[in-house]
Ligand binder design. Structure first.
Ligand SMILES: CC(C)(COP(=O)(O)OP(=O)(O)OC[C@H]1O[C@@H](n2cnc3c(N)ncnc32)[C@H](O)[C@@H]1OP(=O)(O)O)[C@@H](O)C(=O)NCCC(=O)NCCS
Length: 411
């Protein structure tokens, strides 16, 4: 049974009409904010950051027969680091379906369209932060990592001491290129960190500095920046004071230690530090982190949009040469489906159509391997990989060995 709520209100009947899918325009901005606000509990009026994101990126919407927006998703044109190379990525955000039409296939339709359009603009992978995994799994994304904030008692850093050769000072505008290149040096060696450039990341020095209460740089006299910490003083209203540190990036042990020592000296006013850190960060090897706690964990998922393009775009283990034949299964991005030969040599990869595949790989499995998040043994036990032999598994295991996937920026 269906019921009509009002002339232009979405009803269950709308799910059966031919939904119009199109890119959103400036005229749709108010409706888009409202649809997202109702789902995510945002402010009444759009924030400047949201407006600028929606103006510079491609948003997709589904409209019902009354031309009312009933579903939307944003395709962010971003780049992420894999194997030392920048990978053109579709960062998917703001996925919402109007409550009355959830479960009627609108997200599937919308995201299938978004993925095809993202491929047309050159994106080879897609990433997103998920509030629920199953709808994205059904469409080929898989959880590969999580953005974590941890807390640490500030006093835990009290005994580190400051290395004599390192100086600290507040960053000034002239430091901004050095801060960005410090971040990039570490991002380049990561699996998944976002490239902080382009319209999504302001690079104007005054805007970078204004983004935090403070940015402290670590350097040697006469030398370049060796590390920095961006920090924000949290309010004391919600309990004991804390200092948030979204970026703590040291290129050397000395720089990281000096920055940790500086943070340890906040103990009298901020007994707790909140740090945004990837797993196995050097900070966790230098600081006394026994009493650290994960206070927030945002899982993120990845999908391969264009398997051939994605394999060619990233760097692969330099000392691995070989090949394996694969059959990929993909009903959402059908251009990926079929038989392929994965060839790796000298750090370069290619996926050629053809081969005598007896290894079957689901797209979620390919995402996990690509992101070095899981190896073939786990994929087999999850039903994402079948066929083949020990040799194929050993090759895929070696191909998928990289730093643990991580992202510092949520979207
Ligand atoms: C999550 C959301 C976008 C899904 O949209 P939707 O239109 O209901 O999803 P669809 O009907 O297209 O379903 C797609 C697939 O996911 C499954 N699915 C949908 N919602 C699901 C849920 N909450 N839990 C488990 N599976 C779900 C469907 O069974 C379907 O599988 P199938 O196509 O293989 O049969 C929608 O429920 C929503 O707007 N939720 C509130 C906002 C939100 O959480 N957004 C996600 C932010 S990351």
């Amino acid at each position: 049974m269906t019921s009509t709520v009002g002339g232009s209100d979405p009803t269950l009947d709308d799910a059966r009409v031919q939904h119009g899918i199109r890119p959103l325009t400036h005229e749709d901005l108010a409706a888009a904010w409202e649809l997202g606000r109702a789902a995510f509990g945002s402010d009444q009026t759009p924030t400047p950051a949201w407006i600028s994101e929606w103006r510079t990126q491609r948003a997709w919407g589904i409209f019902n027969e009354d031309d009312r927006l009933v579903a939307q998703a944003l395709d962010r044109e971003q780049q992420q680091w894999f194997g030392g190379r920048l990978i053109p990525t579709s960062g998917v955000a703001g996925v919402v379906v109007t409550p009355e039409l959830r479960g009627t296939g609108l997200a599937r339709k919308l995201l299938t369209t978004l993925l095809a359009a993202a491929r047309d603009r050159g994106a080879v992978i897609s990433t997103l932060f998920n509030t629920v995994a199953t709808p994205y799994r059904r469409l080929g994304w898989e959880e590969v990592g999580a953005l974590k904030w941890i807390t640490l008692p500030t006093l835990a850093l009290a005994s580190l001491g400051r290395p004599a050769q390192i100086r600290l000072r507040p960053a000034v505008e002239a430091d901004v290129p050095g801060l960005l290149s410090t971040y990039r040096l570490v991002a380049q060696a990561s699996t998944g960190w976002i490239e902080r450039s382009g319209p999504l990341f302001p690079s104007e020095p005054e805007k970078v500095l204004a983004g935090h209460d403070g940015i402290t740089v670590a350097f040697r006299p006469g030398g370049a920046i060796e590390g920095y910490a961006a920090w924000d003083r949290g309010s004391d209203r919600d309990g004991a004071g804390y200092l948030s540190v979204p970026d703590l990036i040291g290129l050397t042990e000395s720089a990281t230690t000096a920055l940790l020592d500086m943070l340890g000296r906040w103990a009298s006013v901020t007994p707790t530090l909140r740090l945004r850190l990837p797993d196995r960060d050097p900070v966790l090897l230098l600081a006394e982190a026994t009493n650290s706690r994960v206070v927030s964990r945002q899982p993120w998922m990845m999908r391969i949009i264009d398997a051939c393009g994605a394999v060619a775009a990233r760097g692969w283990p330099l000392h691995l040469s070989g090949r394996v034949d694969l059959t990929l299964e993909d009903d959402v991005c059908p251009w990926n489906a079929g038989r392929f030969r994965l060839v790796l040599a000298n750090g370069v990869g290619r996926l050629e159509p053809g081969g005598d595949a007896d290894v079957k790989l689901a797209m979620r499995g390919l995402a996990l391997l690509y992101a070095s998040a899981s190896g073939p043994a786990v994929l087999r036990r999850a039903g994402l990989l079948s066929g083949g032999d020990e040799g194929a598994d050993a090759f895929l295991q070696a191909a998928s060995t990289g730093p643990a996937p991580a992202i510092l920026d949520s979207f």
